[in-house]
Design a protein around this ligand. Structure first.
Ligand code: SF4
Ligand code: F3S
Ligand code: FES
Length: 250
């Protein structure tokens, strides 16, 4: 089937500012938003900057906002939009702009570096680590993370609050804490304490927006954040969990 010409608005600019630019682009059957960006680069906008790598939803590079929703460009089919609809493509809002659709996501790498690494008991040598299959399976979900940072981008705690970034690690690192908390050989750090004291777990008021945008369908809020909040609540006062327990547990 022959392609149709569709209307797009793409944010163009750099750290000093920018604007939406109108484009008309041919879209063929089965194409995704990243195909449209590649066609633009091959035709009228050869200097359009966009990060991508796998085009298979696995590298986590092509994160962008499509009609205001945080999405992977390579996994968003053009068939999900009405033929007459203008599709607006903008960079992730939470991170500083480098150019066009490319943002500086180093906030996330800093938070990753701050998280204490997995540390098994000292008496165990490599090759002596043993764990039950059930423990392997418990945290398997969290290891599906492709580090697209869509959850980090969408979380309202940092989305429009630059000032919270220093004390808030974000949902991607809450699942890392939960993963290590479930690891029977992670011996050195109390991950629940750490999440509360250093990762800013208390800022999260379980809005679940992170879970909604996760392309790997990781149940970030239900399976990582809430269990960690529930387990720290005995030791530290957390108004959200306290309120939740009043409303839901009578
Ligand atoms: Fe992306 Fe999901 Fe990982 Fe967040 S948890 S970085 S949304 S894959
Ligand atoms: Fe943010 Fe997810 Fe909590 S969006 S507020 S980390 S539930
Ligand atoms: Fe790899 Fe989209 S290009 S996830």
């Amino acid at each position: 089937k022959a392609g149709t010409t569709r209307n797009f608005k793409v944010w163009r600019g750099d750290e000093s500012g920018g604007d939406l630019t109108d484009y008309q682009v041919q879209v063929n059957e089965g194409e995704v938003v990243l195909d449209v960006i590649h066609r633009l680069q091959a035709t009228e906008a050869p200097d359009l900057a966009c990060r991508w790598n796998c085009k298979a939803g696995k590298c986590g590079s092509c994160s962008m906002e499509i009609n205001g929703m945080p999405r992977l460009g390579c996994m968003t089919r053009m068939s999900t939009f009405d033929e007459n609809e203008t599709v607006t493509i903008t960079p992730l809002r939470t991170f500083p702009i480098i150019r066009d659709l490319v943002t500086d996501v180093s906030f996330n790498y800093e938070k990753a570096r701050e998280t204490p690494a997995f540390a098994p008991p000292e008496e165990l040598k490599p090759g002596e680590y043993r764990m039950q299959q059930v423990d392997v399976e418990r945290s398997q979900e969290f290891r599906k993370c492709i580090e697209c940072f869509l959850c980090q981008n969408t979380c309202h705690v940092v989305r429009d609050h630059e000032e919270n970034k220093e004390s808030f690690s974000g949902p991607r690192y809450f699942i890392r804490a939960a993963e290590l908390d479930m690891h029977p050989l992670d011996a050195k750090t109390d991950r629940k304490e750490y999440a509360q004291a250093s990762q800013g777990l208390g800022y999260c008021n379980i809005t679940k927006c992170c879970t909604e945008v996760c392309p790997e369908h990781i149940k970030i809020t239900d399976n990582a954040i809430i269990p960690m909040k529930e387990r720290v609540v005995d030791r530290r006062y957390d108004p959200v969990v306290w309120l939740g327990s009043k409303i839901f547990r009578r």
